[in-house]
Design a protein around this ligand. Structure first.
Ligand SMILES: NC(=O)c1ccc[n+]([C@@H]2O[C@H](COP(=O)([O-])OP(=O)(O)OC[C@H]3O[C@@H](n4cnc5c(N)ncnc54)[C@H](O)[C@@H]3O)[C@@H](O)[C@H]2O)c1
Ligand SMILES: [Zn+2]
Length: 410
């Protein structure tokens, strides 16, 4: 497939996927809004096959989960936690005070965090969402996750980060619970975190009722390679993406058809040895594209599709990367595979998918701040800006505005 054919295909798929799921998710949201915990329980039974006695996880279960970790695991969490915190603090917005203006930032008060748990547990997503929130100064964090074992690695990670409010619920119903509040789960100001198709759609539909970070749905990667690339490394990069979810998408691009064929051959040879080979088979069957085209059209494709992850493993990486304008995150070179970004690089792995990188960005500390201007106009400035303001107010026919401005000019 070439770049133009791929672009058409990508857009068409997005539209179909969006349309089909709407009705079901809207119904889930409406029931949780009107019936609260009862609806949450009924959907948890239906979709997760679980009937938890209470949604809130007792603190002891979080602590037991953490205590069950090995020394190395505890150290791994702490090393990564510190690395993420350091990176996030380094990009935090700062208050500005200049002349008649101040621009000030404050942390959000109540944040809901979705930690996926359907087909895999993601302690890494705990770190990538909670650490930036805490670094921003958020006081109350409420985490939801469809994880029902009494102790588990997600709970351990939440405990390691100091989160006390954890609820076992998932999917669109958990998002609706955080957006409206139920008997067990409080309403929050903003919901962040990745999830599957239902989670992403619920966030999209509830934006406005609650803040959201972005649409972080099924994961995608676009890998751009030259003929000198380490073939098996690329194969594992592709599998790493594909094993997330049957809907995960992998795009392999090159100007060289031979390298694409060599990678495809090795994929065939290695796929059945993968522990998640059945998910990989499904996602590769429908969502793996091999694209060969010119340099120019490949770069314009990247900017048009704005993939969640772009991995450039090519001798001209610097030049190519300097032309990328829209992407969730760009991984430069052999030692920056996406897998290192998933766990430990520093920037959050919660990134915009499905083309939404054209207008949104990866989760970071600043997503947990809200800001406003403080306007303190002095008399002299007033004298220069009130007359043009009056002219516009007059044209809008808003007389009281005109008078409010005028009276101060006397
Ligand atoms: N973009 C990112 O930054 C990022 C990071 C980590 C994970 N992810 C993505 O998160 C996703 C995790 O998905 P998951 O499924 O493992 O876990 P999940 O927690 O997102 O979804 C599981 C929930 O989906 C609901 N559900 C399942 N089938 C349903 C149906 N037919 N109708 C309504 N609801 C249904 C269930 O309630 C279940 O609890 C993957 O797609 C992965 O790629 C993305
Ligand atoms: Zn990944």
């Amino acid at each position: 497939m070439n770049a133009a054919a791929f672009k058409a295909n990508f857009k068409k798929e997005q539209e179909t996927a969006g349309f089909e799921g709407y009705k079901g998710v809207m119904e889930i949201i409406e029931r949780v809004r009107t019936e609260g915990d009862a609806a949450l329980l009924s959907y948890t039974e239906q979709f997760d096959g679980q009937s938890p006695e209470s949604f809130k996880v007792p603190k002891e279960r979080l602590e037991e989960s953490y205590d069950a970790l090995s020394y190395e695991e505890k150290e791994a969490f702490e090393t990564i936690r510190r690395r993420i915190e350091q990176y996030q603090l380094s990009i935090k917005y700062e208050d500005k005070a200049e002349g008649e203006f101040q621009y000030v930032y404050h942390p959000l008060e109540k944040v809901g965090v979705y930690i996926p748990g359907g087909t895999a547990l993601y302690p890494s997503s705990v770190l990538m969402t909670v650490v930036p929130a805490i670094a921003a100064g958020v006081q109350e964090i409420h985490a939801v996750t469809p994880t029902f074992e009494s102790t588990n690695i997600t709970f351990a990670a939440l405990y390691a980060c100091g989160v006390e409010n954890v609820y076992t619920a998932g999917g669109a119903q958990a998002i609706a619970a955080l957006a409206y509040g139920t008997e067990s789960i409080p309403k929050v100001d903003k919901i962040v975190g990745p999830g599957n198709y239902y989670v992403a759609l619920a966030k999209r539909l509830l934006f406005g009722q609650v803040g959201i970070d972005m649409i972080a749905g099924p994961s995608e990667i676009l890998i751009y390679v030259d003929d000198a690339v380490h073939i098996d490394a690329i194969v594992y990069d592709i599998f790493a993406q594909a094993e997330h979810d049957a809907n995960a998408r992998t795009f392999l691009l090159s100007e060289d058809p031979a390298v694409i064929d060599r990678i495809a051959e090795r994929m065939d040879a290695l796929i059945d040895q993968q522990s998640r080979s059945s998910i990989i088979h499904q996602s590769i069957a429908h969502n793996h594209y091999r694209i060969v085209d010119s340099r120019e059209s490949l770069i314009s494709l990247i900017n048009d599709v704005a993939p969640e992850h772009v991995s450039i493993q090519h001798k001209d990486a610097e030049m190519i990367i300097s032309n990328i304008k829209y992407a969730g995150a760009v991984f430069n070179g052999y030692y920056s595979p996406e897998a290192i970004g998933d766990y430990a690089a520093g920037p959050s792995h919660v990134l915009p998918t499905d083309g939404t990188g054209r207008f949104s960005h990866g989760l970071n500390i600043n997503d947990f701040l809200t800001s406003h201007a403080v306007i303190s106009i002095e008399k002299d400035t007033y004298g220069t800006i009130a007359p043009p303001a009056k002219i516009i107010a007059q044209r809008e026919g808003l007389d009281a505005h005109h008078q409010s401005l005028d009276i101060r000019m006397e």
